[in-house]
Design a protein around this ligand. Sequence first.
Ligand code: ATP
Ligand code: MG
Length: 231
Amino acid sequence: PQAEQGLLVDAAGVRQIYQKGDNADLVVLDDVSLSIREGEVVGLLGRSGSGKSTLLRIICGLVKPTSGRVEWRGKPVTGPSEGLSMVFQSFALFPWLTVLENVEVGLEAIGVPAAERRRRSLEAIDLIGLDGFESAYPKELSGGMRQRVGFARALVVHPRLLLMDEPFSALDVLTAETLRTDLIELWIEGRLPIKSILMVTHNIEEAVLMCDRILIFSSNPGRVAAEIKIN
Ligand code: ATP
Ligand code: MG
């Protein structure tokens, strides 16, 4: 496999990263190979517990694989990498900070100057449909708006690859649908500041709608069992 411009996961495995009460030899991922080229939207489906979130954590550099290699733009992933960001199903916001400040903090962490931070954060907030909510506090937000803050925080760094772990599944059907439609529109119009997407979902219809390719994970241990090309 090769993906100089994008993501390469080659025979990655993960053994026993989580503590199990019974001390069983847990193989979470075994021999996972995949690559994502720039421009692709790839979906990842599989049963609960098959290791999808673990794979995203590996790609983000939050978990170290026990075998195989993971490369991002030709370099091994050893920790959080520039150009990657992630949207989670649920996440924490600083309750004492406004929406704008919650988006800005990520840029502060990577050393973007203050004036630039404000401009880029407002841009991300506008893009994701949060305009008018800049000064709101997290507790004042609906579930859908809260999730949009998660997207704004991920998008504000202009990642080349956006990882999404069931970003709509905590939302009610209608709210999920609205947010999904907005994102698809932005993607099609080329307005998202990203090049590629890897998205974990339990919703096959959503995957068919959004993705160029869908990978299906097997369970226990997780590995790519099938691939469906759509585009
Ligand atoms: P889901 O669809 O439910 O989100 P998943 O495909 O994302 O599932 P992972 O969360 O990656 O699966 O879990 C893979 C394996 O690791 C499973 O066997 C799971 O039980 C185990 N696991 C995950 N998180 C923990 C944890 N915090 N403690 C113990 N075991 C865990
Ligand atoms: Mg998961």
